[in-house]
Design a protein around this ligand. Sequence first.
Ligand SMILES: Nc1ncnc2c1ncn2[C@@H]1O[C@H](COP(=O)(O)OP(=O)(O)OP(=O)(O)O)[C@@H](O)[C@H]1O
Ligand SMILES: [Mg+2]
Length: 277
Amino acid sequence: MDETVSRTAASAAAPAIEVRDLSIGYGDRIVLHDLNFRIEPGQIVTILGGSGCGKSTLLKHIIGLHAPLKGDILINGRSIVHANEEQKRSIMSEFGVAYQGGALFRSLSLAENIALPMEELTTWSRKDIKKRVSEKLALVHLDGYESYMPSDLSGGMIKRAAFARALALDPKLLFFDEPSAGLDPLTSDMLDNVILEIREKTGATIMMVTHELPSIFRVSDRVIMLSAETKSIVDDGSPAWLRDHGATDYVRSFLSRGGTFLSSTTESGAPDGVHAP
Ligand SMILES: Nc1ncnc2c1ncn2[C@@H]1O[C@H](COP(=O)(O)OP(=O)(O)OP(=O)(O)O)[C@@H](O)[C@H]1O
Ligand SMILES: [Mg+2]
């Protein structure tokens, strides 16, 4: 399909992500089947579910690393499944990914790590890149750390640096894999604030995979819950809705494990269009 035509066809009102009749797996093995959902621009959505249910597999398919067994995935109205290599590169340039563990280059400074996608994928001048790197670092409260090497950074700083690199090309769509896993509660809190600030300042749509319930209640507008048993979506709604009115005991107990912080959440309804009670 011609690039101009496909861009025109992708209307301004297109969902940030649309998944249609999607079945995914490895070889003959189906991990998840017949998934359907749309994520509207500006939403923060968490993919949740027990270990091995296919959260990472789903994320990897949505960002175009794997081809599905069946169905389609549209990013800002354009199919990443049916795109040719050039179109796929163009679609991929519209989103940023912060991988679990940061995946920074150890031999490059923090500034060089964040500059890398700008140098490889844009024609921005050196001066412009330097300015943008500082802006991205400021967004994750790492300004002043430009010359630090990844080995000099704490776990929380590495995660924030990975966010900054995901933001390098000003994407309107971000994917975060386990952003707060393995961090102490205060650092996790700070990371939650950074995620909310990123959304506020950039208006980005954010899809993340996490098990951290406090983070989910703090930042997620919506949770899409997967089940390894049925290999499909078991529920979809705001965290408080799933906790209080989830479709099954499993959903309600998954969202309410872990104690008192949950009872301090007063929100109880679902955001518009997310869950029909
Ligand atoms: N590259 C692969 N080849 C074959 N099977 C895989 C591959 N990656 C994952 N799987 C299998 O697919 C299923 C889903 O795995 P996935 O990593 O997506 O789960 P997850 O929900 O992310 O789990 P966790 O919470 O433990 O990270 C698992 O049974 C896993 O063993
Ligand atoms: Mg995983």
